[in-house]
Design a protein around this ligand. Structure first.
Ligand code: LLP
Length: 434
């Protein structure tokens, strides 16, 4: 739902991005709310069509703000949080605690206490230490809590392929193959405070095919057979995590949301039949695929540097402080001039951020019309892990965030001010006498 309007401007959700830049300034994150709704609905409707009990939990690490959490609630999503801060954001947004799932490999006593006090839906337990902490917190609060056990199925999915890691060398979860998961199941089943709801796994992010998911499902169900025989334990829930890939550039070819879900469910059905059990509830937790392509960042173009015969650097008023993904993962993006989208392509430029760091390059070798300092650059697909990984490197204030829908714009995160940047600073007491 973005298009080019009569003025040759980029329009998102019926709102002219040039107007947005004038009103809210740049850099600016613009979210197409209708697109987020559409993605959420296609996940949920696919499960419904297949007649599967499911929860689609939005992995809020991709983009956590009060407005986004409210939107997730409106769309009937559950919510995955990974820290006290994300949990606090969710609670501030009024998200129902019983639909919140709490993740993380090093949750503190205080975080677990907060989650349990607020009546969280489930804790996704990562390790033995956490099991004992939960025991303590439950005892102190005289209550119990539902959990999933996060297992590492020994599969690491990468963009187009997957690698079998016999070593299970990951900081997350109980090893499924080395016996840790068996031990964790025993501890959870014996505990008076813990209600073992099921099993969780997450194999990676920006995955383009289902092979890894299917393999993980197979491995989990193989273990489930053992647990059923040994303890009579049958998980109510199997959570297969997130990681569904999206198209950042024309080189990316992810399959559709419904295709992911259909193939996974077919595998789950097959294995449930083999085990002669009812199909468990299937939970997933997409982050990127719900919000990634709904976000666009609008920058103002500033300086230009020519390295004769080699390269044109075109600098924008943001960079790795609002989008660290190119610097961190060599992530690729596409972009256009928002104020004259269809102008003729005249040159190839490389888009530089404004941070004092040579690695702060947003896009290499981008074909563009001849741009100058009156122009606006729109970088697409910045909705996931953009704002959420933004930082104040070089004391650059974080950009504002606007939601657009049906021709209307709504500011949902204010732009940081210089005062915000020094708000927590405390001047030293001692002073050199001059
Ligand atoms: N569930 C768990 C347990 C996860 O660890 C993650 C992502 C997700 C769900 C959501 O994955 P998604 O559907 O968004 O792929 N900062 C990196 C991505 C890190 C993903 C970490 N975990 C990036 O910008 O590409």
């Amino acid at each position: 739902t973005s298009r080019i309007n009569e003025q040759n401007h980029l329009e998102i959700g019926g709102v002219d991005t040039v107007d947005l830049a004038n009103t809210y300034g740049t850099p600016l994150y613009v979210y197409d709310v209708a697109l987020i709704r559409e993605r959420a609905r296609s996940f949920r409707e696919t499960f419904k069509r297949l007649n599967i009990n499911a929860q689609v939990a939005y992995a809020s690490k991709a983009f956590s703000t009060i407005a986004m959490v409210q939107l997730a609630d409106e769309e009937g999503l559950s919510l995955d949080v990974v820290s006290g801060g994300e949990l606090f954001t969710a609670l501030q947004a009024g998200f129902p605690p019983e639909r919140i799932h709490f993740h993380g490999n090093n949750k503190s006593y205080e975080e677990l206490d907060m989650a349990i006090k607020y009546g969280i839906g489930c804790i996704v337990v990562d390790n033995f230490y956490e099991l004992s902490l939960i025991e303590e917190v439950c005892n102190a609060n005289n209550t119990n809590v539902q959990i999933l056990l996060r297992v590492t199925p020994g599969i690491e999915a990468h963009t187009h392929d997957y690698i079998l890691t016999g070593q299970e060398d990951s900081k997350f979860g109980f090893g499924l193959i080395n016996g840790q998961a068996d031990k964790a199941v025993e501890i959870a089943l014996e505990s008076q405070n813990i209600v073992l709801l099921g099993i969780h796994c997450h194999i990676g992010s920006q995955i383009f095919e289902t092979t890894g998911f299917l393999l993980a499902t197979e491995r989990i169900f193989t273990k489930m057979k053992e647990w059923k025989e040994r303890h009579g334990f049958i998980p109510t829930v199997v959570n297969l995590g997130g990681g569904f890939g999206i198209r950042y550039t024309a080189d990316d070819n992810p399959i559709t949301v419904s295709k992911y879900v259909e193939e996974i469910i077919a595998e789950v059905k097959k294995h449930s039949d083999d085990l002669s059990i009812d199909i468990p509830e299937i939970w997933i937790e997409p982050g990127r695929s719900l919000v990634g392509d709904a976000g666009t960042t609008i920058y103002s173009v500033g300086s230009r540097k020519e390295v004769p015969n080699i390269r044109q650097y075109l600098a924008i008023d943001g960079g790795m402080s609002d989008n660290i993904r190119p610097a961190l993962y060599q992530a690729k993006y596409e972009a256009v001039l928002a104020n004259r989208v269809n102008d003729e392509i005249e040159e190839t430029v490389s888009i530089a951020g404004k941070c004092c760091e040579s690695g702060d390059m947003l896009i290499w070798d981008l074909p563009l019309p001849k741009a100058n300092s009156n122009d606006l650059l729109a970088v697409f697909c910045t909705g996931a892990y953009g704002y959420s990984m933004s930082n104040n490197y070089n004391r650059i204030p974080r950009p504002a965030v606007v939601f657009v829908e049906n021709g209307e714009a709504q500011l949902v995160v204010k732009r940081e001010s210089y005062e915000d940047l020094v708000r927590l600073d405390i001047p030293i007491k001692t002073q050199v006498i001059k």
